[in-house]
Ligand binder design. Structure first.
Ligand SMILES: *Cc1c(COP(=O)(O)O)cnc(C)c1O
Length: 364
């Protein structure tokens, strides 16, 4: 028998979440963001389940090639554009839409015969200061890209830094308007701005194409415990469920300790279950004592440090828990947002970090 840990990925939850995103999107088209192996869910599997999207967004040329090989005919957005001139022939070959965000890319594109026509996204830095053109070089970039005889269309793109936080999007939208307005052509170009958080909170940012990621995977862009809107409140269904089983139990007396560093001390008599799941499976090592977990469908908490291959959980009050009892680390019944919050991170990181060694099964 293999180790009992496994992840299930629900095609039905994917399809449901896409409908939720589309309802928010209204008339805007939807790029389903599938970067990072579809946030750990499996690229081809996600593309199949999300076939109702208008296009798919990835980072890596290998991911784009895999989508085409899998028969995907819809537009593919390359979120960081091309990296080196050797990538350029792949754009027309695979019908990819690169995001052009720096002057080096503009220069390389200008001189290139692409071997066919492509659509291009031009990324504007509206204040996040990560990728994109600033007020100093936006006009030159736009004119150069637009003039290329093999560029069919240019869409204006930007990304929000705090659509999920107190900062909101207002300042960035203001900057963007100010920068684009004086540039003939660009001011009227189609736009793509919104990630999941903006799509949900700021309908004015939808424009022509929206770019939801995390909500398609059934997590809330606003986090877990204490979030303004949880995944359940947003009617999002968890796509990935990570489960395992108890492989041992221990009975402790007060004062006995658990795991590496002896970091947890039993305050009274207690029963501990040992779960076949550790940080080498993608469970966050920083998850402290008290991180929520389900055993036999009942909610309890982790105790002591997360090991490479195991975690310990308190089953003192779960009297029907034995070796072989099912454990849910996150997903159906326990939102990854909640686990992430307890571990001081975001659900994005948990999902993306699912380890290669965990077998993934698809469910309806
Ligand atoms: C990852 C990403 C998204 C999706 O963001 P979510 O918060 O997962 O919805 C959208 N746009 C860009 C440019 C991204 O890199």
């Amino acid at each position: 028998m293999p180790r009992p840990i496994r992840a299930t990925v629900s095609a039905g939850a994917f399809a449901h979440n896409l409908l939720v995103a589309k309802a928010y999107a209204g008339r805007a088209k939807v790029w389903a963001v599938l970067k990072a192996n579809a946030y750990g869910h499996g690229l081809e599997r996600a593309a199949r389940a999300l076939e109702g999207a208008d296009g798919f967004a990835v980072l890596d040329f290998q991911e784009a090639a895999r989508l085409r090989l899998a028969g995907v005919a819809k537009p593919i957005l390359m979120l960081e554009g091309f990296f080196k001139p050797v990538d350029l022939p792949l754009l027309a070959k695979y019908a990819l839409t690169p995001v052009i965000h720096n002057p080096e890319q503009v220069e390389q594109l200008r001189a290139a015969d692409l071997g066919g026509e492509i659509d291009v996204y031009l990324k504007l830095n509206s204040g996040m200061n990560r990728l994109g053109f600033s007020v100093d070089n936006l006009r030159a970039a736009y004119n150069s890209v637009r003039m290329h005889r093999q560029v069919r269309s240019v869409t204006l793109m930007s990304h929000f830094a705090d659509a999920d936080g107190p900062g909101g999007v207002q300042a960035q939208v203001g900057w963007l308007e100010e920068m684009a307005r004086p540039i003939e052509g660009l001011a009227q170009a189609p736009r793509s701005l919104a990630n999941s958080a903006a799509l949900i909170r700021f309908p004015d940012t939808r424009f022509d194409w929206v770019r939801p990621g995390i909500m398609l995977y059934g997590c809330s862009p606003f986090g877990g415990t204490g979030a303004s809107q949880t995944a359940a409140q947003l009617d999002l269904k968890p796509v990935m469920t990570l489960t395992s089983e108890l492989i041992a139990t221990q009975h402790l007396q007060a004062g006995e300790r658990i795991g590496y560093g002896f970091s947890y001390e039993a305050v009274g008599e207690m029963t501990i279950g040992v779960v076949a799941c550790g940080y080498a499976d993608g469970y966050p090592r920083h998850a402290p004592t008290g991180t929520p977990v389900l055993v036999n469908g009942k909610r309890t908490r982790t105790v002591g440090r997360v090991s490479m291959d195991m975690i310990c959980v308190d089953i003192s009050d779960i009297h029907d828990a034995y070796i072989g009892s099912p454990v849910t680390l996150w997903g159906e019944g326990l939102s990854a947002d909640e686990v992430a919050t307890a571990a001081g991170t975001v659900s994005y990181e948990l999902l993306c970090a699912l380890a290669q060694r965990v077998p993934v099964a698809e469910t309806a």
